[in-house]
Design a binder for this molecule. Structure first.
Ligand SMILES: C[S@@+](CC[C@H](N)C(=O)[O-])C[C@H]1O[C@@H](n2cnc3c(N)ncnc32)[C@H](O)[C@@H]1O
Length: 294
């Protein structure tokens, strides 16, 4: 017999045995909120499952919800159905020695990127200038700022709610001297604040938008630098081929040397679809006039 997950153990008293394997193996926790991903077949048992989970995890968890719509573009915000508990969608999430205030009904946030945020922070060298083009409430930027001395992170998001929370989170984590929150479209903000040719590293943690902003990310880099490019790829194809065709369609012909040094598979997001990050090292080989970032 296969080992049952916590949720399956809790559900076995009221979910019929033939449906028990449809009970998810895991769930996401953001601060005091647990997020379940229940299939339609479990509709009539959803409240019982959520109540059982809440009772088991109280008081650490005070609300159990289910995502009720796909993420809305461009902000990638989900809608939620409350299944058990109370207290609203705003919560404080702790990770890697940082605290993030999040309202899951107004902004995108996932706790599943904790390792990825640490991985990127561990690559950053003291004193680097970084641009985070899709910063959300600031988790990548703030983890880097907390861990690496002397960095400056320009942190952009188009969602005014995410920007507001990012400003709060920067204060909450006491990194006001290192993280600069900026509101707007990443491409327009880079132009507006003249952030071209200033970055050692550009983060693009939005697989839905990264490809369309890749040439802008390269403009923002110094002569040499790194772009952390996020994408979704089909599992059955070679990841190298996928990335080569995507990236070369934007960068080849521009006289830029580039090399994918690392591909990190983050997780699967749909059957045969994986979410990945490519660490792309670039050499523009151009003589850029050094600009003074503000
Ligand atoms: C997948 S979320 C990632 C958020 C954040 N990096 C995190 O890990 O929590 C993508 C973010 O990009 C923002 N976004 C979408 N289009 C944008 C654009 N054109 N310019 C700047 N931000 C954008 C969304 O509002 C959202 O917060």
């Amino acid at each position: 017999m296969t080992k049952r997950s916590l949720l399956q153990e809790l559900a076995k008293n009221f979910v019929p045995p033939n449906l028990l394997n449809l009970v998810p193996k895991g769930f996401e926790v953001i601060g005091g909120i647990a997020i379940l991903n229940l299939p339609r077949e479990l509709e009539e048992h959803k409240f019982e499952i959520a109540e059982a989970l809440l009772n088991y995890l109280k008081p650490r968890i005070r609300l159990v919800v289910r995502r009720s719509s796909p993420a809305r573009d461009p902000e990638r915000v989900h809608s939620y159905e409350v299944l058990a508990g109370s207290g609203g969608f705003e919560t404080l999430h702790r990770e890697s020695g940082c605290t993030f205030k999040v309202d899951v009904s107004k902004v995108f946030f996932t706790s599943r990127l904790q390792y990825e945020r640490l991985r990127i922070a561990n690559l950053v060298k003291p004193g680097e200038t970084i641009i985070n083009m899709f910063a959300g409430v600031g988790p990548f930027s703030i983890v880097i700022a907390k861990k690496v001395p002397g960095v400056k992170v320009y942190s952009i998001d188009i969602n005014p709610e995410a920007y507001k929370l990012m400003v709060e989170n920067v204060k909450l984590n006491k990194v006001e001297d290192k993280v600069i929150p900026l509101l707007g479209d990443a491409g327009e903000v880079i132009d507006q604040y003249d952030l071209k040719g200033i970055a050692d590293r550009v983060l693009m943690p939005s697989p839905e938008h990264a490809i369309n902003y890749l040439s802008k990310a390269v403009e923002a880099l110094k002569v040499k630098g790194v772009v952390h490019y996020y994408d979704v790829a089909c599992q059955v194809k070679s990841l190298n081929d996928h990335l080569t065709s995507r990236i070369s369609s934007i960068l080849n012909g521009a006289g830029i040397k580039w090399e994918v040094r690392t591909i990190r598979v983050i997780r699967s997001v749909a059957p045969l679809k994986i979410y990945l990050c490519a660490d792309v090292h670039l050499d523009k080989g151009l003589k850029l006039i050094a600009k003074q970032p503000f």
